[in-house]
Design a protein. Structure first.
Lengths: 110, 118
């Protein structure tokens, strides 16, 4: 089955700097890669996703890149703000089930 | 649009007791998922329903966990008897259809139920 590795497990950045979180997956047939943000006491919130027919997708300050050959994808957050502080999860699937990484705790220091 | 609703939000029980969680998905969503999230880890799928039929329950510990989806809408997840290692957050999610890789079939999560087994 699919296996997703996520790095780093914790990340601290200064407000205004960029943050990058990287994930690798094992199943070359996986074709959907969502990213979720989870704040304390809340469920994961879908923030951006990418499908295997696209190499990059951007939505305001967040972007995701996908390298199918290397089987890795990354989340980029620019101009970080304190409200970006949360745990971020990557996931991968070929349809079902959605397999999650272990998460990255992002702290944005004001 | 209302999101996925779950109750209770918190539950504390002793080992060997039973517990039940309830989920109401987003209106019109045919697919419902139950995940277990242990502290410090990503969510792990327990069971997936398409309407009121089970699509995937390969990771559900069937000797103690059970789930049903009433009339293809609400769902309940039950644990009986509970063990210490069942302490986790139980998340419910829903999507328009099954096979989350298709456009429009993104999964949306509820706030979860935090279970503590003592």
């Amino acid at each position: 089955g699919e296996n997703v590795e996520q790095h780093p497990s914790t990340l601290s950045v200064q407000e205004g700097d960029s943050a990058v979180i990287k994930c690798t997956y094992s199943d070359s047939a996986s074709n959907y890669f969502p990213w979720y943000k989870q704040e304390l006491g809340k469920g994961p919130q879908l923030i951006i996703d990418i499908r295997s027919n696209v190499g990059e997708k951007k939505d305001q300050r967040i972007a995701v890149t996908l390298n199918k050959t290397a089987k890795h994808f990354s989340l980029h957050i620019t101009e970080t703000q304190p409200e970006d502080s949360a745990v971020y999860f990557c996931a991968a699937t070929r349809g079902t089930p959605l397999v999650f990484g272990k998460g990255t705790r992002l702290s944005v220091i004001a | 649009e209302a999101g996925v609703a779950q109750s209770p939000r918190y539950k504390i029980i002793e080992k060997r007791q039973s517990v039940a969680f309830w989920c109401n998905p987003i209106s019109g969503h045919a697919t419902l998922y139950w995940y277990q999230q242990i502290l410090g880890q990503g969510p792990k799928l327990l069971i997936q329903f398409q309407n009121n039929g089970v699509v995937d329950d390969s990771q559900l510990p069937k000797d103690r966990f059970s789930a049903e989806r009433l009339k293809g809408v609400d769902s309940t997840l039950k644990i009986q008897p509970a063990k210490l290692e069942d302490s986790a957050v139980y998340l419910c999610a829903s999507s328009l259809g099954g096979g989350g890789s298709r456009a429009g079939y993104e999964q949306y999560f509820g706030p979860g139920t935090r279970l503590t087994v003592t």
